[in-house]
Write a protein of this length. Sequence first.
Length: 140
Amino acid sequence: MVERDLPYAIIITEEGDIETIGRHDFDGNAPVNMTAHSKIDEETGELFAFRCFPVVPYLTYFRNDSNGLMYATSDSEMRWFEVPGFNAFHMINAWEDDQSGIIIVATNALKIENFSHNLDKVHFSLEKLRIDRHENRRNY
């Protein structure tokens, strides 16, 4: 799994071994690249993934149905939260809490403006962010 290639389909055999099926190109509709850590919703079978890039459009979010077909074509149903100073570079984990919040643990890229020309000045820290979906509040 890398973020510069197509994802690979795998299966787990009855013996518990992992077998590679091959590259998955979403029936010719594959994005240029995407995160190596896509997630499948256990209830719906939908696949969710994203890609981050240091230039526009910065973040692209993918949603595929249970057959692997990409069906979200716009961000009209997305709910975005601005978090100044938080430049999530690598997601570690995320979950919903009991009080209408979303908890995100991710690396935060500080001095992100140096990413394309002076990587030595970019520093990363591990952050825990909580977003309140009802009150549009966030803290970390």
